[in-house]
Design a protein around this ligand. Structure first.
Ligand SMILES: Cc1cc2nc3c(=O)[nH]c(=O)nc-3n(C[C@H](O)[C@H](O)[C@H](O)COP(=O)(O)OP(=O)(O)OC[C@H]3O[C@@H](n4cnc5c(N)ncnc54)[C@H](O)[C@@H]3O)c2cc1C
Length: 391
């Protein structure tokens, strides 16, 4: 789809090529300082780059073999929210080390019982002088065990309606009273954690935006996606694609079993549809149009597609596929095994498959909104109503 990439003499490409000649082998600090880590951010942190510039910069960096810092929650979510709601002091303190990957971030949103129903979160923060004192628990926190900071949403006003009494804090992860425990998943490793807060004192200066206005900022956090042509892997943009699967099968002489062959064709077709939907989203951004329904539809389709790609890869090995180290792809067993074992998480993290369908039903198809019986209640009243219903 070359029509979406800027021409070889596009100014964004020429500027970056010149910068790379002046700064051969740039480290992450140099890339962050020059605005190339998040070029879509405003200066001085980014380059105010429009979609076409971003695509040109992406391609040039890839062609030059330059690796960017990996700090997905920081750069993808925390940074854009601090840019929108943070004070100048917060921007000065946090954004540069975040962009350079020197300080890793995690997202302390989900709680036991409050994932899809996030606005009902119950971790409490009480103002005490120039600190907030936080008590409660978060769950499924990716990378909490190695993060320096977390974006933390807490309830500061239990008497307000549930969306209104939430505040957004920057939480230094080494604050006394924080306990991080690993949650192992079936891939055999962990990067998810549960995080406990026992009288954790967070400076009031770490409040992002106004007190009790945290829900608006949480929506900013969750609504950020950078324009990029890279990352078409079946596991949230990484890992192998359906095309990779088909190419490997071609190299091995195809698939003899007609039923499996049909399933391979099916995942290939869905993979192509997803690629085109993705290009449509990028094309909309390049032309200055809003993303439209494609983004939600893509998430709903691609999560299930990722699971199907990995399931087919294991089934191609026959009954031996039930074991680790058994796929049709010698030398690559680990990649496909890991993908297969991780894939069930795809339809849960970042909004479950059912929640995606709710969004599509309401925002795309215009169906009536889901009835939220607690919406008109304060958080305390909602808790009492739930307790009464359970009795
Ligand atoms: C790999 C991974 C990484 C994650 N990383 C993070 C992280 O870094 N930080 C963080 O804060 N969270 C993280 N999460 C948590 C994730 O956001 C939640 O798991 C997700 O929002 C679902 O919430 P839940 O687990 O509480 O399930 P629930 O919300 O309890 O859902 C249970 C089931 O009920 C269904 N359901 C719930 N409400 C509705 C409804 N209104 N209509 C129809 N069906 C409904 C759901 O679809 C699901 O099938 C991660 C999750 C995963 C899997």
């Amino acid at each position: 789809m070359e029509f979406l990439t800027p021409p070889p003499d596009h100014p964004s490409r020429l500027r970056l090529r010149q910068w790379l000649r002046d700064n051969p082998d740039p480290d992450h600090d140099a890339l962050a300082g020059a605005g190339y880590v998040a070029p879509h951010w405003p200066t001085p942190y980014g380059l105010d780059a429009g979609p076409l510039d971003q695509l040109g910069i992406d391609e040039e960096l890839r062609a030059a073999g330059v690796s960017l810092p990996v700090n997905p929650i920081g750069i993808g979510w925390a940074g854009p929210t601090i840019l929108v709601g943070g004070t100048q002091e917060q921007k000065d303190r946090y954004l540069r080390p975040m962009l350079a990957g020197r300080e890793i971030w995690c997202q302390l949103f989900s709680e036991p019982g409050h994932g899809s129903d996030l606005a009902n979160l119950s971790t409490r923060a009480v103002r005490d002088g120039d600190h907030y004192v936080v008590n409660g628990q978060k769950l499924w926190t990716s990378d909490a065990h190695r993060a320096h900071f977390g974006i933390l949403i807490v309830r500061t006003d239990p008497d307000a309606r549930k969306h209104r009494g939430i505040s957004y804090l920057i939480c230094p992860m080494d604050t006394p009273g924080i306990t991080v425990r690993p949650v192992y998943d079936m891939t055999g490793t962990f990067y998810l954690n549960e995080v406990f807060f026992d009288d954790v004192r967070i400076p009031a200066a770490n409040l992002v935006g106004a007190e009790n206005d945290g829900w608006r900022l949480a929506k900013v956090t969750l609504g950020n996606e950078r324009v990029s042509l890279s990352g078409e892997g079946a596991l949230w943009g990484s890992g192998p694609t359906a095309q990779d699967l088909v190419e490997r099968l071609r190299e091995r002489g195809g698939v003899a079993d007609p039923i499996l062959r049909q399933r391979v064709a099916q995942v290939y077709i869905v993979g192509e549809i997803l690629r085109l939907i993705r290009l449509r989203t990028v094309a909309a951004a390049v032309q200055g149009r809003p993303p439209g329904p494609e983004a939600s539809i893509r998430k709903a389709l691609s999560d299930e597609h990722g699971q199907e790609v990995m399931a087919v890869a294991k089934e191609l090995a026959g009954s031996a596929g039930m074991l680790l180290d058994h796929t049709p792809f010698d030398g690559e067993h680990q990649i496909w095994d890991h993908g297969f074992l991780f894939a069930p998480a795809l339809t849960v993290g970042g909004g479950t498959a059912q929640i995606q369908r709710n969004i599509i039903a309401e925002a795309v198809l215009g169906l009536p909104r889901e009835i939220d019986v607690e919406a008109g209640l304060t958080w305390n009243e909602a808790r009492a109503a739930v307790a009464a219903a359970r009795r």
